[in-house]
Structure formats: structure tokens, C-alpha cells
Design a protein around this ligand. Structure first.
Ligand SMILES: Nc1ncnc2c1ncn2[C@@H]1O[C@H](COP(=O)(O)OP(=O)(O)OP(=O)(O)O)[C@@H](O)[C@H]1O
Ligand SMILES: [Mg+2]
Length: 293
């Protein structure tokens, strides 16, 4: 049988909360689907459901109603990500059918798999870890081969600020892990913790490529403030040392996303605010080069 190429997959992760995982994943997806004309599939893997709620609570009334109706049907037809996991880890075969009751279409090219409250059960590890490891690989294969949905160029995963079985499943299959960090004292201290944890959890499988960038960099003149630069330099130093010691490929992208008030509404208004477009375009150029290396 001819091989069919699945989407390039990127998981945004940081065990620190509030660094901008959800915002940046959303914005990158939006940018890729609009400016990049790519087909993008976005996953909300966080039981907190920030991304899913942001879409549900859109200020544009029509989408709220449309999403609500879709979500009710998806649940009734047992087409949520939780149902997929349940079937995958159950005793029978994995016959879960992929269609648009499982995948929500935000726009022609931007599609979405929402989170559901039941994902909390996964945080409690009630499902055997070994079984979950291959879940996302199998699900992505199903999506790739399905004739009911379009082909996706990219799969983006918004991960929770903790290590769940679902993150475990994603991190063992994705092409790249994207780590946003903020300009604060804890960034440089926290990065080795994340990297060690990722390596420990994913072993014996190889750790995917890792890309790090600064989100909420404080702008000054045409660049960032001295303070933000100092924190960024510390993070780069830590990454370089970790990379040397572990042999894991880590790229620190010299394309910060600046701290701007406007982004507070980025997800709810459905698009990347104009003042952020060039930040995200530069970041994407670096990510794309790295992921295709
Ligand atoms: N570049 C930015 N400029 C200004 N505000 C930002 C920026 N990035 C994110 N924010 C804001 O910071 C807050 C946290 O962002 P977000 O929810 O994306 O973080 P997170 O890492 O996904 O959080 P969690 O760990 O809870 O999942 C939000 O209010 C968001 O609007
Ligand atoms: Mg989040």
C-alpha cells in the first residue's frame, strides 16, 4: 500500500501555568491556516478546557450557538476525544470512526478537537500507561487515512500545565515539542526541570526535537528590554548545557512574542490581532525551518 503522509505535529508544553501555551498554539494555528493556507488540526488536551471555552464563549454569538449544537451532538454520538480513548484502551478493537462529529470546523482550513471534562480521569491515571502510549499515534493514523475528513498539514496540541497520560501519548509521537517561557527569574531555573522530566517520561523512546521561545517579552525600542534579554540569555545558556549533556536537539528561537495588551482577546475574537502577526510569522519561520531540518 502506498504510504500516506500524516500531519507534522507540534506539542506546546510547559509545566508552568499561564506562560501562553494556549494563546500561542491558537495564534500559530490561525496564522498557518490563514496566511500559510495550510490545513491545521488543533487539539485541546487540557481538562481545564481553556481553549475550548474560549471558542464556546466567543463574542461572535453565531459561533457559540454553532459550537454548542455541535458539541451536544458529538457527545451524544460518543465522538469526543474521551470516547476515543475509552475505546482505544478498552478490551475490543479500536474501530472509532473519524468524521466531522469528532472534528469541529472553525473555518475551512482550521479544525479543532475540543477538550471534555472527562479528561480529568486521565489525570488520575486510571488507564494503564503502556496502553496510552500509542493512542495518539493510532488516532493520527486514523485521521490521516479517513476519507470523511480533509488531509491535515499540521497537528497542533495544546497541552496542560501538568504531565498527563494524554501528554505522554502525544510527546511520544510528535515531531516537535514547543516550549514557551516568560521573562522571569524562574524561567531559566524551570527549563532544566521540564527537559529532565520530558526525557525521563518519554524514555526509552527518543525525545522529539525541542524548540524554545520567549512569550510576553517586554518590548523596548525595536527589540526587548535589557531585563527580558537577560532572562532569555540565561535560558539559552541552560538549554545549550542540557543539549550538550543529553544529546537532545534544542533550538532557542530568536523570535520573541511580545507582551501586548491586545492578545488578551486573541482567542475569543478568532484571529491573531494585527500587531502580533509579524511576531508569529517570524516565530513560525524559525519553527518551520527547524521541524524540516
Ligand atoms: N504575548 C502576550 N501578551 C499579553 N498577554 C498574553 C500573551 N500571551 C499570553 N497572554 C495572556 O496570558 C494569560 C495566560 O495565557 P494562556 O492561557 O495562553 O497560558 P497557558 O500557558 O495556556 O495557561 P495554562 O497553564 O493555564 O494552560 C492569558 O490571559 C493570555 O491572554
Ligand atoms: Mg492553556
Amino acid at each position: 500500500m502506498k504510504e500516506k503522509k500524516g500531519p507534522k505535529s507540534i506539542a506546546t508544553i510547559n509545566f508552568k501555568g499561564g506562560v501562553g501555551k494556549t494563546t500561542c498554539t491558537w495564534c500559530l494555528g490561525d496564522l498557518l491556516s490563514t496566511f500559510g493556507k495550510s490545513n491545521v488540526l488543533l487539539f485541546d488536551l487540557d481538562a481545564q478546557m481553556s481553549l475550548t471555552q474560549a471558542i464556546t464563549l466567543n463574542e461572535d454569538g453565531s459561533l457559540v450557538q454553532q459550537f454548542q449544537t455541535w458539541a451536544d451532538k458529538s457527545f451524544k454520538k460518543k465522538k469526543t476525544i474521551f470516547h476515543a480513548i475509552e475505546e482505544y484502551t478498552g478490551a475490543g478493537n479500536f474501530n472509532f470512526g473519524v468524521n466531522y462529529e469528532f472534528i469541529y470546523q472553525i473555518s475551512d482550513r482550521y479544525h479543532f478537537i475540543p477538550s471534555v471534562e472527562d479528561l480529568y480521569w486521565l489525570a488520575l491515571d486510571v488507564i494503564p500507561r503502556d496502553k496510552m502510549q500509542t493512542f495518539m499515534r493510532s488516532l493520527l493514523a486514523k485521521i490521516t487515512w479517513s476519507t470523511n475528513v480533509q488531509n491535515y498539514d499540521y497537528a497542533l496540541f495544546d497541552c496542560p500545565p501538568s504531565f498527563t497520560l494524554l501528554s505522554y501519548s502525544v510527546l511520544s509521537v510528535c515531531d516537535m515539542i514547543l516550549i514557551p517561557i516568560n521573562p522571569d527569574f524562574y524561567a531559566a531555573k524551570g527549563v532544566p526541570l521540564i527537559l529532565n522530566m520530558l526525557q525521563m517520561q518519554i524514555e526509552p523512546l527518543p525525545v522529539p526535537k525541542i524548540g524554545v521561545f520567549m512569550n510576553k517579552a517586554k518590548p523596548y525600542g525595536g527589540g526587548m528590554t535589557k531585563e527580558s534579554r537577560f532572562y532569555w540569555d540565561s535560558v539559552k545558556d541552560v538549554c545549550q548545557k542540557f543539549s550538550k549533556k543529553s544529546g537532545i536537539k534544542i533550538q532557542c528561537f530568536e523570535s520573541p512574542i511580545y507582551d501586548r495588551v491586545k492578545i488578551k482577546r486573541a482567542v475569543t475574537t478568532g484571529g491573531v490581532p494585527p500587531e502580533f502577526v509579524s511576531d508569529f510569522k517570524s516565530l513560525w519561520n524559525n519553527i518551520e525551518r527547524f521541524i524540516n531540518e
